[in-house]
Ligand binder design. Structure first.
Ligand code: MF3
Ligand code: CO
Length: 290
């Protein structure tokens, strides 16, 4: 990339001179890069217009999850959850990001109990008393992507399973405390992993969060098992998901051979996950999917 002159227009599209806009910012990032830190490229830094687009997309994403929260009940099939997502998405003028994504056959992921993620809605799978289910919705609106998920508990859930769901929720809040400019993704990861481990749980290593907004899965890969001071530097304008998969037992997982998607815990114990899309701001963060 050509180095910008002080009086050139800034790369961010503000129309201002580079020296009055992102020059000091770039110098600060360069300083971290020289210390061998992983730093974001300009393509990962969203403009205010793009962030507004992702915010609007997130509104649909949340409305869909709110509707599911309203309608979910024992005896309902996971296919019916898919139906709600299909109908709501269409009604609001959005598109499901999962339908057809690398051949994924449905508009939402529904992951029950020992299913870690990517559970495929199925007319035969009825929600039962005591189930915990993650509903993961990914939405495209006006070309912008948003992604979030929540846990739902049906009927009489075992106390130890309730605690798993609760701790997975706390992991999001504890991770968010670390989201601010000039922190590292590893600061967030370690805070989350420490909290899970302190409760006797483990976090899935192979699957994590991701940059999101202009595409479904952008850089960086967001791990929740890495250490403080490592992984990508966070700077204002970065948008990514926080979505640790918290296992009651061991972290090991496997993918269903038959459907090629459903991810299970190796030990058959339950797994819980919440997901938010966040943007790094000057002050810290804004959750787009709340
Ligand atoms: N929504 C998931 C995520 O958080 C991705 C699911 S990909 C799918 O990244 F194709 F399986 F839906
Ligand atoms: Co995601």
């Amino acid at each position: 990339m050509k180095k910008l002159g002080r009086n050139d227009h800034c790369w961010c599209g503000s129309g201002r001179k580079y020296k009055a806009c992102h020059m000091a910012f770039d110098e600060k990032i360069e300083h971290y890069a020289l210390q061998r830190h992983i730093v974001p490229g300009h393509d990962l830094i969203k403009t205010p217009e793009q962030i507004e687009g992702i915010r609007q997309s997130s509104k649909l994403n949340i409305a869909i999850l709110d509707e599911i929260a309203d309608k979910i009940h024992i005896g309902m099939s996971t296919e019916e959850i898919d139906r709600i997502v299909v109908d709501m998405t269409k009604q609001m003028g959005g598109i499901s990001a999962t339908l057809g994504y690398e051949g994924y056959p449905k508009s939402v992921c529904t992951s029950i109990n020992e299913v870690v993620c990517h559970g495929i809605p199925d007319p035969e799978r009825l929600l039962q008393d005591g189930d915990i289910v993650n509903v993961d919705v990914s939405t495209i609106y006006n070309g912008y992507f948003s992604d979030s998920s929540r846990m739902f508990m049906l009927g009489d859930v075992a106390p130890e399973t309730k605690k798993l769901v609760q701790v997975a929720r706390e992991c999001i809040d504890i991770g968010l405390e670390q989201v601010k400019p000039w922190n590292f993704l590893g600061d967030m990861a370690q805070a989350i992993n420490d909290h899970a481990r302190a409760n006797g749980y483990s976090i899935v290593r192979e699957i994590g969060g991701h940059g999101v907004g202009l595409d479904f899965h952008e850089e960086p890969f967001v791990s929740f098992v890495t250490s403080r001071g490592t992984e990508m530097l966070m700077v204002p304008g970065m948008v990514f998901t926080i979505e640790p998969m918290v296992n009651m037992g061991k972290a090991d997982i496997y993918i269903d051979d038959a459907d090629g998607w459903t991810v299970y815990t190796e030990d058959g114990k339950p797994s819980a996950q919440w997901e938010v899309t966040v943007v790094v701001t000057e002050e810290g963060y804004e959750i787009l999917t709340y």
